[in-house]
Design a protein around this ligand. Structure first.
Ligand SMILES: *Cc1c(COP(=O)(O)O)cnc(C)c1O
Length: 379
């Protein structure tokens, strides 16, 4: 919350839909007394949530864990990533995408983005490949799928894995296929700001049975059964209460996606009237889930003025992300401070995300659109 807007209704950038159906599911778990399971296959609610999610994404296996970060971490553990291995990632993403690589003692190698889609640029990925490259993590940023055909082509040519960071891409599609079903593994987050939530939570999706079995063990200390550790793992288990919330959320996911699509369309129709704003570009072969509706301006000064105006009007317009990963103090200390990723740096200076979530009324979306146009007149 920002001070000075207390008289205006605050429109948050994202807001989960929680009602009596989540409450019923959670109560059921509390009354059952089964709060978690240390078995690799998980407890009853975890298994039910996994069934629903794998069917929705169109994959054979889904493995629930306790965050999106845990999903990414488990995927890299399943690939037996070792110190010295390199993983190509974008620098224009949430910090977790690169941090998990560091956590395994491996080296993140940053590739630049395409400014039309804000996603990793396959040409730069190709340039960053070395003998040590073990995997690529394309991020479907804001919910728009990355250029997967090009990335898969590179991965096949060089024999490297593809782990999709689909933490923002529940329900997004690339050439008719769901994000998270295209690479070797897909990783999702159920943090409260995401398309659906479990409080904290994550999921790994895959069609690879060997990886699926490994992931189930990795989430519970590498145990093939309780007290029988066969590989290195961790406690990444999703609690039954979280899985129960996820089950209720899965009943709403299609409605949520439909409302976000409606809101994004209304906003586009209003903002199209201005030539001072670069609207989100959705290539013909992709479907956006509108997790974030992100626009771009001519320069940082205009962007900041528009953001300030919107916030004074009670609109939670936000910058994802104000700083590239490689310019964070930790990464500077690790020697990344001098690398140059011009498109990433330009995006950080000029993007702004506007609310289009499922809990907005048509009036509120129109209000947001009007305020952006007003802000541009003054900027
Ligand atoms: C949210 C997010 C994550 C991490 O998910 P958590 O559930 O917060 O751990 C990773 N990558 C991206 C792109 C995200 O948006």
């Amino acid at each position: 919350m920002v001070s000075g807007v207390s008289l205006v209704r605050w429109i948050p950038i994202n807001k989960p839909t929680l009602d009596a159906s989540e409450e019923r599911e959670v109560l059921e778990v509390l009354r059952s007394g089964i709060l978690t399971s240390p078995a690799p296959e998980g407890g009853p609610k975890v298994r039910e949530f996994e069934r629903l999610f794998s069917r929705f994404i169109g994959v054979k296996y889904a493995i629930a864990v306790n965050s999106g970060t845990a999903a990414l971490y488990a995927s890299l553990l399943a690939l037996d990533l070792k110190p010295g291995d390199e993983v190509i990632v974008p620098s224009f993403t949430f910090i977790a995408t690169a941090n998990v690589v560091l956590l395994l003692g491996a080296k993140p190698v940053f590739a630049d983005i395409d400014l039309d889609t804000y996603n990793i640029d396959p040409c730069d990925v190709e340039r960053k490949i070395s003998e040590k490259t073990k995997a690529i993590i394309p991020v479907h940023l804001y919910g728009l799928p990355a250029d997967m055909d090009e990335i898969l082509k590179i991965s096949r040519e060089h024999g490297i894995y593809v782990v999709e960071d689909a933490c923002q891409a529940h329900g997004s599609k690339y050439r008719g296929r769901m994000a998270g079903s295209i690479g070797d593994m897909g990783c999702f987050s159920f943090y409260p700001s995401k398309i659906i939530t479990t409080g904290e939570g994550g999921m790994i999706t895959t069609n690879n049975g060997v990886l699926a079995e490994k992931l189930k063990m990795i989430r519970t200390h590498g145990q093939s059964k309780v007290y029988e550790t066969v590989i290195l793992g961790h406690n990444l288990r999703m609690p039954e209460i979280c899985a129960a919330i996820g089950i209720a959320q899965m009943r709403k996911i299609n409605k949520i996606l439909e409302l976000r699509r409606r809101n994004a369309k209304i906003l586009t129709e209003i903002l199209e009237k201005s030539d001072k704003i670069i609207l989100p570009h959705v290539p013909e072969d992709r479907e956006h889930n509108w997790y974030l509706y992100t626009v771009r301006f001519e320069n940082e000064k205009i962007r900041n003025k528009v953001q300030e105006y919107l916030r004074s009007k009670g609109i939670d317009a936000r910058v994802f992300y104000p700083k590239p990963i490689h310019q964070n103090p930790l990464y500077i200390k690790l020697g990344y401070g001098n690398i140059k990723l011009p498109n990433t740096e330009e995006a950080c200076r000029t993007v702004l995300s506007l609310p289009v979530h499922q809990n907005l009324t048509v009036d509120e979306v129109e209000y947001i659109g009007r305020c952006v146009l007003e802000a541009l007149k003054n900027a």
